[in-house]
Design a protein. Structure first.
Length: 156
């Protein structure tokens, strides 16, 4: 057997991923790759759309870019970045425990440290290795399911 890592087996069917990035090429390419794996994909290109989609769509995992250009705020809106989006999500009951995988094209170690501090389940620099991303998604889903099972066992 080779040294390749095998992703944990988590059925992708009915699992929803919210993909947040200002780059339409990234949104399109990652959406196609995730859909090919059986995931349902919802996309957002700015912070306002991301918060709305997270509340309305109730995704199982979020893939979140860090950097958004000022013009994404549509001329006068909130100047979003991934950490501000994550901060908002952690304040809302319905999204507080949403697993978030942070991604960025920026080569800043401070982003990786900050992502860990705010509870991101994984951190990737673009370009992203597809297999590593799928493994991180599967791991996040397994952790979420384990936490839900423990909470259900404690409640009963």
């Amino acid at each position: 057997m080779s040294g390749a890592q095998v992703a944990p087996e988590v059925p992708a069917a009915a699992k929803k991923i919210l993909l947040v990035d200002d780059d339409p090429v990234i949104l399109g390419a990652l959406s196609l790759k995730l859909k090919a794996q059986g995931y349902r994909v919802v996309t957002a290109s700015d912070g306002s759309q991301a918060i709305t989609a997270a509340r309305k769509e109730r995704p199982d995992v979020m893939l979140l870019d860090v950097c958004f250009p000022p013009d994404v705020a549509h001329g006068g809106g909130v100047p979003w970045n991934g950490f501000l989006i994550l901060d908002w999500l952690r304040r809302l009951d319905e999204t507080r425990k949403l697993p978030v995988i942070v991604m960025t094209a920026a080569d800043k170690d401070e982003y990786k440290k900050r992502a860990s501090e705010v509870g991101a389940t994984a951190f990737f620099r673009k370009p992203i290795d597809n297999q590593e991303l799928l493994t991180a998604i599967d791991t996040a889903l397994l952790r979420k399911e384990d936490a839900a099972a423990k909470q259900a066992a404690t409640a009963s």
